[in-house]
Design a protein around this ligand. Structure first.
Ligand code: MN
Length: 440
């Protein structure tokens, strides 16, 4: 993906909050979501984040603030989900993003700029929903460091399964329990088998965990029986978000032999409100390769573009805020930080693998990347790794306490951003979710 004027690090907006140092949403980002003003009778509609505001795309469409291909694109953004817009593909996505960039640029003027200014809703007054009607949700397992760390807990002698280095592994998840950031969930009930026990016990999850992941949304789909070749994969990916794949480890490790995760994963998955487009991420792409002494991807999982810039350098961090942090007014503790660039498989490879057998993807489908754990222990993306399967304390220095798994009242906050010299810093906002006491 080539860089263009929307990536110019020196570009500024007439909206001052978009130029603030450290903002997630400068003019070079322009992520899409679905929002409404927190007020009685307000309808959800599509929006774009800029600085501390949301551009109301339904108002942009109504006021004819953009023209041509951008007008066609924004007319698909007036409903309460982005599916229709995502189905239009990269030319429409680019046309609308570029038209908004032009209206927001410092010095821009005219009726379109006035309409955009009038459409702005402060983010402080907005609430969000899951941005697409997700037909299907699939979660991958593409960090070799996570696979080794978790594998050591389940199979100490043979942590990495033989298929891991040959294909992006995944399971089909539940779309119905994907929720927007800020939605609390109840600690799940289920069966767990304690080590050495002769029968499982039924009860509230005792090993509740989070998983630091990214998600990506499908644009144009494919017909059943017509795989998407890896060289075309990114034309079918609209953009990326933060994703927390909450996991009940005791239930999961008991139930997933010989099939995949079921109740251990299906009670809640949290996504961040904003989808950062692949176009906005272009400055942060980098080369991708498996180490020379490890299996090389089969031909259908390889392409020149994927080798040249398949990786995406997104900085990520996990924070924990307990009831005690809140009562004492202490800032959340950082549990870990890493980058998405360490994944063993790219988003293009995940999409190619998903469809190679003939499976059809549809606009608005959500694919999770799997837990993102980097190469060092402090880069682990789940507490089961940080606590070595619940055998070590994970410190919470802010309140002088520790965790091995999550407790009721714990809020897990994921953050992501891209930053490097010569490029504008762009961010993903946050994904946040609180553990409530168990059902019943
Ligand atoms: Mn996962």
């Amino acid at each position: 993906m080539e860089l263009n004027h929307t990536h110019d690090a020196s570009a500024r907006s007439w909206l001052e909050s978009a130029n603030a140092a450290g903002t997630d949403f400068p003019i070079q980002n322009l992520p899409f979501g679905v929002f409404r003003r927190k007020a009685p009778g307000e309808a959800f509609r599509a929006g774009v984040a800029i600085g501390d505001q949301v551009i109301d795309l339904a108002a942009i469409a109504r006021d004819n603030a953009v023209s041509g291909a951008a007008a066609q694109a924004v007319n698909a953004c007036t409903g309460d989900a982005l599916n229709e817009f995502l189905a239009m593909g990269p030319p429409a996505w680019r046309a609308l993003r570029h038209a908004l960039f032009d209206l927001l640029k410092a010095g821009a003027s005219g009726p379109g700029v006035n309409a955009l200014r009038a459409s702005l809703v402060p983010q402080a007054e907005a609430e969000y929903r899951v941005p697409t009607r997700i037909g299907d949700y699939t979660d991958f397992y593409t960090s070799i460091h996570h696979a080794r760390n978790v594998g050591r807990v389940i199979r100490p002698d043979d942590p990495l399964t033989p298929n891991f280095q040959w294909l992006p592994i995944a399971y089909h998840g539940r779309a119905s329990s994907v929720v927007i950031s800020g939605t609390p969930f109840k600690r799940p009930m289920g069966q767990a088998m304690a080590p050495g026990a002769s029968a499982p016990v039924y009860g509230p999850c005792r090993r509740l965990d989070y998983e630091l992941e990214m998600g990506f949304y499908i644009g144009p789909g494919n017909a059943m029986g017509a795989p998407i070749p890896i060289a075309e994969a990114e034309d079918h990916i609209f953009g990326m978000c933060l994703l927390n794949d909450w996991s009940a480890r005791d239930h999961q490790f008991w139930e997933m032999n010989p099939l995949g995760p079921f109740l251990g994963k299906n009670f809640c998955t949290t996504v961040s409100p904003w989808i950062v487009t692949l176009e906005a991420l272009a400055p942060y792409r980098g080369p991708f390769a498996h180490p020379a002494d490890e299996p090389q991807p089969l031909a259908y999982l390889a392409s020149a573009a994927n080798s040249a810039h398949g990786a995406v350098d997104v900085q990520l961090e996990v924070q924990l805020e307990s009831n005690e942090h809140r009562t004492r007014g202490v800032a959340p503790d950082r549990l870990s930080a890493t980058s998405f660039r360490h994944q063993y498989w790219t988003i293009a490879q995940m999409l190619a693998q998903h469809t190679v057998g003939g499976c059809n993807l549809q606009p608005g489908d959500l694919l999770g990347t799997g837990t993102i754990s980097g190469p060092t222990p402090g880069e682990a993306g789940a507490i089961v790794e940080l606590s070595a399967g619940g055998t070590r304390d994970v410190p919470l220095p802010g309140i002088g306490a520790t965790r091995r798994f999550l407790e009721d009242g714990d809020t897990v906050i994921l953050r992501g951003w891209c930053e490097k010299p010569g490029a504008a810093r762009i961010g993903f906002g946050e994904s946040r979710g609180e553990v409530l006491p168990a059902i019943g």
